[in-house]
Design a protein around this ligand. Structure first.
Ligand SMILES: Cc1cc2nc3c(=O)[nH]c(=O)nc-3n(C[C@H](O)[C@H](O)[C@H](O)COP(=O)(O)OP(=O)(O)OC[C@H]3O[C@@H](n4cnc5c(N)ncnc54)[C@H](O)[C@@H]3O)c2cc1C
Length: 416
């Protein structure tokens, strides 16, 4: 008799696990609590789906056990992912050398290929099924799970939990998977929004909203620098956004949750170091001292930004800047090179691309994705305490962990 594998959650990780379990010979059922599978995949990469990245290293992931993500990804890496998608008819191309997308640039093509492969392999997909209880049953020598919900019960020899996190709950990942994992004896590291915008104190943001500019960002949590990132900063009416902000947001979320002081120091002139910037400003004061403050930095910084920074330095906008004191010039340099954004909160789960936190990976075997505390329970994807930076890393985590969990869950143990 075929081994019966139930996959709870039909997202990127769950569909991957289902395909590999079926390819490994199991009879597979996906239990999805919304009305359709793979909703989140459709919104990835602005609808284009950045599905992996050729620059795959440990520093791109964070987890309670820093070794855990790569121990799994090394079993099924980005090249395996591209080959696997090619085997399902999906060709990919790269941008900025290492970022991979479907050749059609359609996230829907990724989901369609996964669904078609599930259908080809005979995977049963049951939508609108909300598991309420997972119970281990023993009948003679055989032990199996009963998954019940809405008055129905599904039986399985192995169960893969692939319910995602709490991020973007409109796509179905509402955090209910954590409750299922907890009921089976797993510890949950408090999930917090990650890859998300930061809300900041102060009233400059409304004036600066809409500005996009190259900047270098340093995240300080209780004065300790935890992350540095350069890229296109976006200023919103409530704070800061854009890829460099997303990359450091998980540390900001954790710091705020622990009651720490969280600041982002922004360098609006990242092409020059502090010394070069000082010389540059001194020369500019000499050459353009006749200009009114309002026009002094025209051609260097966005006009609205320049005005805010000049005001912060106490330099008058309606007078030639030659009137500025040495101290005001120093203040201007500081405002440009070390603008302090005091972070008050991160945006909620609804705005987050992923979560940091989740099922404690110390309770999961990275070689198999099987739980160390509940036999025949496996995990895949974002439900675990693993999160990646932007750039295809979170989907790669879903594919890698899904592949390992699917293959291993389908295997028969020696005594069976
Ligand atoms: C806007 C946006 C853009 C993104 N862009 C990218 C990108 O370009 N590249 C990248 O690598 N990553 C990206 N990500 C992150 C990536 O999409 C996720 O990390 C990945 O989809 C997680 O896969 P998953 O299968 O673990 O979880 P999910 O995709 O969230 O799937 C979980 C599934 O389980 C179902 N489910 C949840 N609870 C239950 C339950 N109790 N019972 C039954 N079913 C349940 C859900 O309905 C859902 O279908 C993006 C995320 C967002 C929100």
């Amino acid at each position: 008799m075929k081994k019966q594998v139930a996959v709870i959650g039909g997202g990127a990780a769950g569909l991957t696990a289902a395909i590999w379990a079926a390819r490994s010979g199991a009879s597979v059922t996906v239990l999805e609590h919304t009305d359709r599978v793979g909703k989140k995949i459709l919104s990835t990469g602005n609808g284009r789906c950045n599905l992996t990245n050729a620059k795959m290293e440990a520093s791109c992931y964070r987890s309670g056990d820093p070794q855990f993500p790569m121990a799994v990804i090394s079993q099924f890496g980005w090249k395996d992912t591209l080959r696997w998608f090619a085997s399902m008819g999906l060709l990919c191309h790269n941008r900025m050398e290492t970022y991979y997308y479907p050749l059609s640039d359609q996230a829907s093509a990724v989901l369609d290929c996964l669904r078609m492969e599930c259908a080809r392999l005979g995977v049963t997909i049951r939508t609108n099924f909300s598991p309420e209880k997972i119970r281990r049953v023993r009948e003679g020598k055989r032990a199996f799970y009963q998954i019940s919900g809405g008055g129905e019960t599904v039986q399985a020899d192995a169960v893969i939990l692939a319910c995602g996190s709490k991020a973007a709950p409109n796509t179905g990942s509402d955090g209910s998977g954590y409750d299922l994992a907890k009921a089976l004896g797993h510890r949950i590291i408090k999930p917090l929004p990650a890859l998300v915008q930061l809300r900041c104190q102060g009233n400059h943001y409304r004036q600066l909203t809409g500005i996009r500019t190259d900047a270098d960002l340093r995240l300080l949590v209780n004065d300790q620098e935890l992350w540095r990132e350069r890229g296109e900063l976006q200023i919103t009416d409530y704070g800061i956004s854009g890829i460099p902000v997303f990359q450091l947001s998980r540390f900001a979320a954790r710091g705020l949750d622990e009651g720490k002081k969280v600041r982002v120091l922004i360098d609006f002139l990242p092409a020059m170091d502090v010394k070069e910037s000082r010389i540059f400003l001194e020369e500019r004061f000499r050459e353009f001292g006749h200009r009114n403050g309002e026009d002094f930095l025209t051609g260097v910084l966005h006009k609205k930004l320049a005005i805010v920074l000049l005001k912060m330095a106490g330099i008058r906008l309606d007078q030639p800047v030659s009137a500025a004191s040495r101290r005001q010039q120093e203040h201007l340099l500081r405002a440009i090179k070390e603008y302090e954004a005091l972070v008050s909160s991160v945006n909620p789960f609804a705005n987050a691309q992923v979560c940091c936190g989740g099922v404690d990976v110390h309770q999961v075997d990275s070689a198999t994705m099987e739980s160390k505390v509940a036999p025949d329970i496996y995990f895949a994807g974002e439900i675990l305490d693993v999160d990646g930076i932007c750039g295809g890393y979170n989907l790669q985590w879903a594919w890698s962990s899904g592949k390992v969990a699917g293959c291993r869950a389908a295997q028969r143990r020696r005594q069976e």
